[in-house]
Write a protein that binds this ligand. Structure first.
Ligand code: URA
Length: 274
């Protein structure tokens, strides 16, 4: 493909398909690898042990450290739970998460996106996962959808400085894809501890992933939004309001009317009116 215009078109197609990260230092032609003839395997001698199964996930070069998540999401999630339980402050939690090696997303992300705003706030917003802008800046909801969230928050007299904002996942999934179930399971102990440490009076669950994960509900956001539900902690319950994700509102502006009703419900609740 010598023509520069064709190369640019091919790159644009890759980016549009979500492949917008260089994962390896050198390009690797996996098509060529797949075309290589299979190597003949010697027949096992009677009594030989069966061949070991390859680990799940991407292949890891010999000698490289194996991210725990590639092998054992359960072990990674257990280790996240132990680490999170040992944190008594948000600084400790941020530090533990920055060093946690159990989620493969950490290796493709540029920054840990921990949280922003006032940790003493009465209200905590929880979104899904950082996008490209958040990954670059290390702050949640700073891209286009974050700017809409800022306006929604401002419309009820709050601000990014007076509220507290974070996400279910602290690392960007490459290409802004939806986080998979294993990634959410592994990182769940961190967001649970994060909520315990902030201990807000009210939670706002921004989008379907945050709502279904934290409320353990199977319904979609269309059914959950605008209803005061409860997020269960070991120490009690926090009223939680699922709302549409601002990225969804940007694609479906007709839903902004319902989103406004939800923000008013939050405003009234904060004012002790409901
Ligand atoms: N979408 C999210 O859910 N969180 C962010 O931080 C940015 C976009």
């Amino acid at each position: 493909m010598a023509n520069p215009a064709d190369r640019i078109a091919a790159l644009r197609w890759l980016v549009d398909s979500g492949a917008d990260e260089a994962v390896l230092a050198q390009p690797r032609d996996r098509f060529a690898e797949n075309k290589a003839p299979p190597r003949a395997r010697p027949a096992p001698a009677p009594g030989d042990a069966p061949p070991a199964k390859a680990p799940r996930g991407a292949s890891v070069p010999r000698g490289a450290s194996v991210p725990l998540a590639l092998e054992a999401p359960d072990a990674a999630s257990e280790s996240a739970r132990d680490l999170a339980a040992g944190c008594e402050t948000l600084d400790q939690l941020r530090d533990v998460m920055a060093r946690f090696d159990g989620c493969a997303l950490r290796h493709t992300a540029t920054n840990l996106v921990f949280g922003d705003g006032n940790p003493e706030s009465r209200v905590m917003f929880v979104g899904e996962a950082p996008g490209a802008d958040e990954d670059r800046q290390g702050l949640p909801f700073v891209g286009v959808s974050g700017q809409l969230l800022d306006r929604m928050i401002a419309a009820i007299g709050l601000s990014r400085k007076s509220a507290y904002i974070t996400n279910i996942l602290p690392w960007r999934p490459p290409g802004n894809r939806k986080p998979d179930a294993a990634e959410v399971t592994i990182c769940l102990p961190f967001i649970r501890r994060h909520i315990e440490l902030v201990a807000p009076e009210l939670l706002v669950l921004v989008g379907g992933t945050a709502a279904s994960t934290l409320l353990e509900r199977r319904e979609g956001i269309t059914r959950l939004r605008g209803r005061w539900l409860f997020y269960a902690l070991d120490s009690g319950e926090i009223p939680a309001l699922p709302i549409y994700h601002p990225a969804y509102l940007l694609r479906q502006p007709a839903l902004k009317r319902q989103a406004w009703q939800d923000m008013l419900a939050l405003k009234h609740r904060l004012a002790g009116m409901t």
